[in-house]
Ligand binder design. Structure first.
Ligand code: ATP
Length: 366
């Protein structure tokens, strides 16, 4: 187990800049998730940590050791890929034993270690089978067993669950997380699935366009996004965003969105005063807009909006309402199953839950 540090890592592929100066600190035994859209540089970051790719600039440090130019085999890292990459001509036992064999570890010790890894992944019964006799989920367990059998300092996983069906993915999610807690290996896990990231990561590094946009606990990136990208990437349905002009009416600071206005309380007004006359981006999560009949007792200060119901998505556990307020569509997430007979709806934005971003650089103001 070691801690892992990236210092200003830059990587280009021809004209493409894949990484634009990545700084990342992963603690000893931590489970960190790299989350972001396709092409944002997650896999490249992982491959640089593994030693499969060299950065053009910057350093990779394990513990106190600079490993930037060390080949993969001298780093004691293991990697699990999306395509399980188990060898088809080898039985499960030999697949798991392989990395130990090439290290020249004695047979009896190999047997013990393979048993240990197989037990952790609950595949002891499958050791005599060939990969073609396994399901996708079992094959992925073999790949994980082979990765941990060497007791790596760092475990790297690149979308390991994305080839599994939805149900199995959910099951493996919690199993992998429990396994990591048990063996406490420093883990860096790549995914573009925000639910996977939220449920598995001790911390999440949200990436976009070769940069880390924010690093924080699931709670921090969800509740305190530092920019509009993170606010919009995390959460389903997506956070509502609308432009509003900061104005003054009767000595009060008001966010004027055109179709509706939000008079902000003094604590928010104090911060917004320097933006008077400017346009800002307001963000509010769908679960923080309440239809009139459904204002929760714990609601904060409220701002009224009104509109026509565009359409409703009944999800069983939740009802998603698309409310057209004129020039904005505000999505509302209501817990439970509900019908709305009227075409129009009055609803309330929870002012204590709004996020405000600067228009120019989309960084958070509040
Ligand atoms: P995905 O989720 O689709 O796997 P990612 O976030 O892992 O994406 P990377 O695979 O790291 O993204 O790619 C980052 C950028 O670098 C992309 O624009 C990609 O096209 C480019 N890239 C990656 N590897 C190479 C390569 N070997 N040659 C050229 N360009 C590459």
């Amino acid at each position: 187990m070691v801690d892992v540090h990236l210092r200003n890592v830059v990587k280009r592929f021809g004209k493409t800049v894949a990484l634009r100066g990545i700084d990342l600190d992963v603690n000893n035994g931590e489970f960190i998730v790299l989350l972001g859209p396709s092409g944002c540089g997650k896999t490249t970051t992982l491959r640089i940590i593994a030693g499969l790719e060299r950065p053009d600039k910057g350093r990779v440090i394990f513990g106190n050791k600079d490993v930037t130019y060390l080949p993969p085999r001298e780093r004691n890292v293991s990697m699990v890929f999306q395509s399980y990459a188990v060898w088809p001509h080898m039985k499960v036992f030999d697949n798991i034993a392989f990395p130990l064999k090439i290290k020249g570890i004695p047979k009896e010790e190999i047997r013990k270690k393979v048993r240990w890894a197989a037990e952790l992944l609950q595949i002891e019964e499958l050791l005599d089978r060939y990969p073609h006799q396994l399901s996708g989920g079992q094959r992925q367990r073999v790949a994980v067993a082979r990765a941990i059998v060497v007791e790596p300092d760092v475990l790297l996983m690149d979308e390991p669950l994305s080839n599994l069906d939805a149900l199995l993915r959910v099951k493996m999610r919690s199993e992998l997380k429990k396994l990591q807690r048990k063996i406490k290996v420093t883990t860096i896990y790549v995914t573009h699935d925000q639910v996977e990231a939220m449920t598995m990561g001790d911390r999440i590094a949200v990436m976009n366009n070769g940069m880390i946009m924010q690093i924080g606990t699931p709670d921090e990136v969800y509740n305190k996004p530092t920019n509009k990208f993170v606010a919009g990437f995390i959460g389903t349905p997506q956070m509502n965003f609308f432009d509003a002009t900061v104005t003054v009416e009767n000595d009060k600071i008001v966010l004027d969105a055109g179709d509706f206005k939000i008079e902000v309380p003094e604590d928010i007004a104090k911060i917004l005063r320097e933006y008077i006359g400017k346009t800002v981006i307001v963000g509010i999560r769908p679960e923080h807009v309440y239809p009139e009949e459904f204002i929760p007792s714990k609601a904060g200060r409220l701002a009224k909006i009104q509109g026509k119901i565009d359409f409703i998505e009944p999800l069983g556990s939740d009802t998603i309402i698309h409310l057209n307020t004129g020039s904005n569509i505000i999505v509302i997430k209501l817990s439970g199953s509900h019908k709305f007979l009227e075409e129009t709806l009055r609803a309330y934005i929870d002012i204590d839950k709004i996020h405000i971003f600067k228009k120019e650089d989309e960084k958070v103001i509040i």
